[in-house]
Design a protein around this ligand. Sequence first.
Ligand code: OSB
Ligand code: MG
Length: 374
Amino acid sequence: MRIDEIILRELHMPLLRPFQTSFGVTQNRRILLAEIRSEGLIGWGECTAGEHPFFSAESTDSAWQILCNELAPMLAAESPEHGGECPRIFKAVRGNPMAKAALENAIWDLEAQREGIPLAQLIGGVRDSVPCGVSLGIQSSIPELMAIIERELEAGYRRIKLKCKLGWDVDVFERVRNRWPQILLSCDANSAYRLHDQEHLESFDEFDLLMIEQPLWHDDFYFHSMLQKRLRTPICLDESIRNRRDALAAVEMESCRIINIKLGRVGGFSEAIAVHNAALERGIPVWCGGMLESGIGRAHNIALSTLEGFTLPGDVSASARYWAEDIVEPEVTVMRDGHIAIPDSPGRGYEARTELIDRLTVRKETVRAVALVV
Ligand code: OSB
Ligand code: MG
């Protein structure tokens, strides 16, 4: 595949509602998109870094720097045939998985278009629809949260995940469980707790949660494994799992019983598939995490979720929950049964709305292969 040009953009996209986690509040997303033009086709990828380096070390600004000055020139010089070649091409650059994923995922999208098949099919997906859950931020009151849950269940979502921290956990779980004894309910601490909270975390067991996501340090396996021994509720790791080796270590040490796979966090489709395969072989269920993506990242998450091991509802939900207007056509919608249907057109299956993208763009940089003049 000859790469003609790589266009990098930063878009400003205000969320419909602020999203609060234990590490902060997000209101305005600064989203980086990679557009790769190759032989008449266009692949798109999204960098899922946050505005600040709070979830992981990457941020919009650090990823922009690495994309423009390191990764895009490397990729343009190589013209890979397959998305699976990207990890080798980017190997010299340590870390920066979200920046790498933006480019790698755009190459997978291009490859699927060139083959004339949906991206889900290219990666070996086995589902024609994927079950969806919602991730609900910390609210200013329990009644507000209850009203939101009611609405999301009404819309068909099959799992409710509550962001939590000290002061927004057991009282909330109790109220929600009393009202909805049967629903799939989970929580995500984003590393809000420490070992001295162990007894408090043990008290979560009575709420019959599907899982507790990343209760302890963002980079830990050992203490999660100590904690898992004391809990009936499965631990799910998100932040800690950066690659297949991490997944193997976590499973081996019994640090978790469930794994959240995020394309950005692991550096793109190649590593996401490798994590999935490792988990599947070991009987560990996985699900697809979300990072408040635009429709481009969302399209990739949907394709990923079609792999066999994605047996739990993911944090992949409708565009209209996040944006007044999404940058893809059609927008991502969820059916009454809480599933998203897999598109059957070639590539990612959701068209980029280029005029809207141009209107939302605040900076843009084009990278081309340096012509070899002999
Ligand atoms: O930990 O899963 C997380 C959003 C930003 C950063 C981290 C996380 C999240 C979410 C949002 O939970 C999921 C979504 O995109 O709806
Ligand atoms: Mg999480």
